[in-house]
Write a protein that binds this ligand. Structure first.
Ligand code: AKG
Ligand code: FE2
Length: 204
């Protein structure tokens, strides 16, 4: 078991973005064991999206955990967070140290195979604030994460392979200037779980 994998941190240069990719982050157990545990123990649910007036099932499972009141809004529904599990709270503390920012919630996404995906979007909901710090922990199949500039078509898209045990910290104006996606894959691949730790400004 690789409890202390080779750790490294890399600045990903992208105009108008702040991206730091940490590899081999200490998680308290191996990334494979953590993947298995989260797949088994998380309260996975399905979601729908409405696109051009039609309702579609999202091609992935998700779960939302956090402090009371840190609710998550998507496609017209508001989700109340499930209480932190010991594991997720431990990971939250680790991510806070790594990103030097507070987090009060985490969105887990479970991509069961190559057909599960997440479309192009920015995490720019008002409750995330103006320049959110988001720590994105990846486990399982190393699938490419794509980033596209929102305003300047001449800026080349980025394709980052996010290996298991890596944490991509998106900060500064990243969400203002860039969108990101996790495309469907042509080739079969194993499961992947991604956790995005976020800070939700609580509504009064
Ligand atoms: O699965 C990923 O790497 C990205 C997830 C994501 O963009 C999100 O949860 O907002
Ligand atoms: Fe996102």
């Amino acid at each position: 078991m690789d409890l202390f994998p080779e750790a490294s941190s890399e600045v990903i240069s992208a105009p108008g973005a702040s991206l730091l990719l940490h590899r081999g982050v200490a998680l308290g157990l191996s990334s494979d064991a953590l993947l298995d545990e989260l797949v088994r123990d998380s309260a996975w649910r399905t979601g729908d999206v409405v696109l051009f007036g039609r309702r579609y099932r999202q091609p992935r499972l998700f779960a939302w955990y956090g402090d009371p009141g840190a609710s998550y809004r998507y496609s017209g529904t508001t989700l109340e967070p499930l209480p932190w599990t010991r594991r997720l709270d431990d990971l939250r503390r680790r991510m806070e140290m790594l990103a030097d920012a507070p987090f009060n919630s985490v969105l887990l996404n479970y991509y069961r195979d190559q057909q599960d995906a997440m479309g192009l979007h920015a995490d720019d909901e008002p409750e995330l604030g103006d320049r959110p710090v988001i720590a994105s922990l990846s486990l399982g199949a190393p699938r490419p994460f794509r980033l596209k500039h929102r305003h300047d078509k001449t800026v080349k898209a980025l394709k980052l392979p996010l290996p298991p045990g890596s944490v991509l910290v998106m900060a500064g104006d990243t969400q203002v200037n860039w969108k990101h996606e996790l495309p469907r894959q042509a080739r079969p691949c194993g499961p992947r779980v991604n956790l995005t730790f976020r800070y939700i400004y609580l509504s009064r």
